[in-house]
Design a protein around this ligand. Sequence first.
Ligand code: PLP
Length: 395
Amino acid sequence: MSINKKMFDLGNKRSVIRELFEFGKKRSAEIGAENVYDFSLGNPSVEPPKEINDTIKELINGDNTVLVHGYTSAQGDLSVRKAISDFINKNHGLNLTPDNIYMTCGAAASLTISLKAILNAGEECIVFAPFFTEYKVFIENAGGVLVKSMPRESDLQIDVEDFASKITEKTRAVIINSPNNPSGVVYTEETIKAIAYVLQEKSKQFGNTIYLISDEPYRELVYGNVKVPYLINYYKDTIVCYSYSKALSLPGERIGYIAVSPNAEDSKNLYLAICGAGRSLGYVCAPALFQKVVAKNVDKTCDISVYKENRDILLENLTNFGYTCVKPDGAFYLFIKTLEPNALEFCEKAKKYNILIVPCDDFGVEGYARISYCVSKERVVKSLPAFKALAEEYK
Ligand code: PLP
């Protein structure tokens, strides 16, 4: 083959989630979509705030639409970056400028750019299990090596001792994702402080900066009085990878940003490396219309009460049926222990009841499945007898 084998393999092998999605479509054609309990994808089900569609209409009905649709600066329109840095400063008491912000096509692009900007061949990036499956692809594409840190089993918080033991002289980056996909766990302030302390000490010990990459597409999706610490306030060498995919229900529009901590050791050079990585990957000038749309709606969030209701219904009922899980405080995922050790087999059995849930081996842990509850309340309620019947198979 004269093509790149690694890329061929990535394109050729469908992810478990995509497989399930395809199965769901086939099954829907056979028995009707309303009878398939598809909890496979993290595709938001709530409408974007009304202001989003109003802003789009305003922008495209105005004069000078050639400017609306035209190229912006490679790193994003200046006024857009200013609206975002002002918003971050107001909410988190910081002093970012537009030159700390790089506009991207969502969190996936934010991550690939950040990793490319930091890693040299063979350098290590630590991720906390359970983790978003694409981290492996992104890290390896940047020439890096993924190193996994296992969580505390009781609450799926970071096991700080295990984390410290994974840091070597080759560690250059750590990715943290809170609220977490797939567990829904929000890392506590205590955990974050402990992580920051370990990173400071290890950076000193090895004489290298270790960057903390905060992957936070679910920042606003938290239920109750739970706070998601803003990592730049805890560790100076932080890069925030943000996306509007989930909080504004705009995943298909591909819009997000990278915020580089102004307090990082070499913040200006880090930002330049991010501009260089964006350039080398062809990720310049994020979608222009949507840059302007989000800039006018920086403080908006879709109605997350629907997700909270789904979480509460599932948590209560599934627990009663005999499933166990850590109470998720955020995102829109319930992470259950499978009722047999082999998660793949358990999720295959669930298909018999037309329940589509994701086995989590590829997320770095065994014996768990993810239920994405960003679906209608009707689907959640209608699925309960099927979850009950599945549990009864194991009694
Ligand atoms: N990071 C995590 C943890 C995610 O769950 C996702 C998407 O589901 C992404 C990154 C990618 O997000 P985006 O659609 O903004 O590229």
